[in-house]
Design a protein around this ligand. Structure first.
Ligand SMILES: [Zn+2]
Length: 74
């Protein structure tokens, strides 16, 4: 059986609990590594990733928009 485990976040150095339920979930998914970051840091990273994705999307859209007028299509 799994037991709650206290881990240290790699990012902010705070302790966080890797709960029995999470460990079970990880094992089910076949993850062999323990989480390296606390939930707050994971959420922050997720948010950063999403923001970057949106920026790239906007960039592509503006490129497409610009190319309409200035580049002749082959
Ligand atoms: Zn953290």
């Amino acid at each position: 059986m799994y037991e709650d485990k206290t881990l240290i976040c790699k990012e902010c150095g705070n302790e966080f609990v890797f709960t029995a339920g999470e460990q079970e979930f990880y094992a089910e998914k076949g993850f062999v590594n323990e989480p390296q970051r606390c939930k707050a840091c994971r959420d922050a990273r997720k948010k950063r990733r999403q923001r970057r994705k949106r920026v790239v999307h906007c960039h592509l859209r503006s490129l497409r928009w610009r190319s309409k007028g200035s580049f002749p299509t082959p």
